[in-house]
Design a protein around this ligand. Structure first.
Ligand code: AMP
Length: 216
């Protein structure tokens, strides 16, 4: 299975990608997680990306495309792109990369969520920096506040989930990423999903729309 999760920050892309990767035997590839790992290990890429990420801006396309190109061969069983592509230039480069490899995308899932919900979700979001798993302090809290259910380690609030940066990230999404909706609609790949529904219902809707043949 080869999917792209498309939608604004806080729409539920990562949550669904993590659920679907088990179901379809395809790997979640989160460009945000890869960048955060690079930042933590202070690689050249991490140092360059840091300022852009703190400001809620996009990291330059050429760096992201190189990163995805290096990551893709590690996942021959398929992928669920989470947070990539984010610009038309990235989408075009990705199409070219897939064509060179003789791979076709199955679908692009568009998560539709209103702006107020996104702001509320992001400000209540707690993340396990080791695995990328997220919780919502209000609707999906961990068993113990601030502690991950799975590995027992601390949860953090991402710096860029602060209110001013959230506003900036939503504006960047509208301007630079939303044009991808038409881009993939024209390719006949777009599958629209109501991202406001409970997590299990969103999963069911995606699986139903991908069709019975899409099973792992
Ligand atoms: P995310 O975890 O997907 O919200 O990404 C966090 C931050 O990483 C974004 O605000 C960007 O600064 C950067 N980033 C992640 N993915 C991309 C991408 N595909 N293109 C450019 N910047 C990205």
């Amino acid at each position: 299975m080869r999917l792209i999760m498309l939608g604004p920050p806080g729409a539920g892309k990562g949550t669904q990608a993590r659920i679907l990767e088990e179901r379809y035997g395809a790997a979640q590839i989160s460009t945000g997680d890869i960048l955060r790992q690079n930042r933590e290990h202070q690689t050249e890429l991490g140092k360059t990306a840091d300022g852009f990420m703190q400001r809620g801006e996009l990291v330059p396309d050429d760096l992201i495309i190189q990163m995805v190109e290096a990551e893709l061969p590690r996942h021959p069983g398929g992928f669920i792109m989470d947070g990539f592509p984010r610009t038309v230039a990235q989408a075009q480069a990705f199409d070219a990369l897939l064509a060179r490899k003789g791979i076709a995308l199955d679908a692009v899932i568009l998560f539709e969520v209103d702006r107020d919900t996104l702001v509320r979700r992001l400000s209540a979001r707690w993340t396990n920096p080791r695995t990328g798993r997220t919780y919502n302090a209000l609707s999906d809290p961990p068993r113990t506040a601030g502690i991950d259910d799975e590995d027992g380690g601390p949860l953090v609030q991402r710096d860029d989930d602060k209110p001013q940066t959230v506003e900036k990230r939503l504006a960047v999404y509208q301007k630079q990423t939303a044009p991808l909706i038409d881009y993939y609609k024209r390719q006949g790949k777009l599958v629209e999903i109501d991202g406001l529904a409970p997590v299990e219902d969103v999963t069911q809707a995606i699986v139903a729309k991908l069709g019975p043949d899409a099973a792992a």
